[in-house]
Design a protein around this ligand. Sequence first.
Ligand SMILES: NC(=O)c1ccc[n+]([C@@H]2O[C@H](COP(=O)([O-])OP(=O)(O)OC[C@H]3O[C@@H](n4cnc5c(N)ncnc54)[C@H](OP(=O)(O)O)[C@@H]3O)[C@@H](O)[C@H]2O)c1
Length: 347
Amino acid sequence: MNKVKVAVIGASGYAGLELVRLLVRHPGCDLAALTSLEYPGLPFSQIFPALAGIVDLPFSQESEEEIAARVEVVFTAIPHQAAMGIIPRFLAQGCRVVDLSADFRFREVGLYEKWYQAHTAPELLEEAVYGLPELHREEVRQARLVGNPGCYPTCVVLGLAPLAQARLLQPDSVIADCKSGVSGAGRQVLLGLSFCEVNDGFRAYKVLEHRHTPEMEQELSGLAGTPVKVTFTPHLVPMSRGILGTLYAKLTESRSEGDLRELYRQFYQGHPFVRLLPPGSLPDTRNVRGANFCDLALRVDEEGRRVIVLSVIDNLNKGAAGQAVQNFNLMMGFPETLGLETPPFAP
Ligand SMILES: NC(=O)c1ccc[n+]([C@@H]2O[C@H](COP(=O)([O-])OP(=O)(O)OC[C@H]3O[C@@H](n4cnc5c(N)ncnc54)[C@H](OP(=O)(O)O)[C@@H]3O)[C@@H](O)[C@H]2O)c1
């Protein structure tokens, strides 16, 4: 198999580390450059000893132009705003880009600017493809620039997409009550994320203010053909990885659990990373750790009017790096599961 030379920009962060862990064993990939602002010149394995003897490549000291000249695909795993500052230069030199930040996830610049800041490369928003392969697989294959989805939107949109597309979601009824592990905030040092502040506690944050809300609404509205509002409350739980979404919605028409299971089965047929659990089973973040799966279960009330969907992902994998590799596979014409076959870490 021809190996594609790739660079990971921001390889010293958690999403970057997960990308490197996946890409180093990917049969179609040659890890050609890893970058970090803080550790240029140091071996990757010195910062992440778990990969000693596996990835000893030093963090690059080259300019972006030098990296672009010798790679085909660039993964940007750096904060929003910084990402849109460098991506146009990679594209201009002929690279294809999978961006893990929020900078290229929105179709409307106004929506991005309402929740983030002024966009410095708005001309690229039209061609950027929202990289949720279960919804946009064919566009991803052709994309030059993929805006890899946020972790919470991946969990919530995959959990509700079949209902939205079937016009079964009452558009103002959706409540997404989500819990995330601490790696969702990245590797940055913050007092509120230190061990004693997080361990043995459980709290909500950014209530009605979280920037992933408009991303969920964009994708669910697109599927439903009508504006869908999401009441989203994120919570921080004292675990390293994983997101559990408990998603409540009212249905526009009465349906049995069996009807909805069949709807989900058909919607996700041919999508290898979404697993609808057997009746009676409920998903657990443990069962997707380190893997690109989204596990789903659903329950419907007696009248067939109220549905609760349970959705779990690993925020660093299907919520970030795994999904980015899935997009890379589609862009390169590789099998969608290539390099993503390692089973979850469970238990
Ligand atoms: N964590 C998740 O679960 C998750 C899920 C989905 C998407 N994402 C997105 O993925 C991106 C990376 O997140 P993360 O969680 O991996 O964060 P992180 O652990 O804090 O890592 C950030 C990385 O970006 C680099 N960096 C920081 N500021 C930079 C700048 N101004 N210019 C260039 N590089 C810079 C850092 O390098 P140095 O430390 O060497 O300076 C580090 O490698 C973010 O856009 C985030 O929103 C994260």
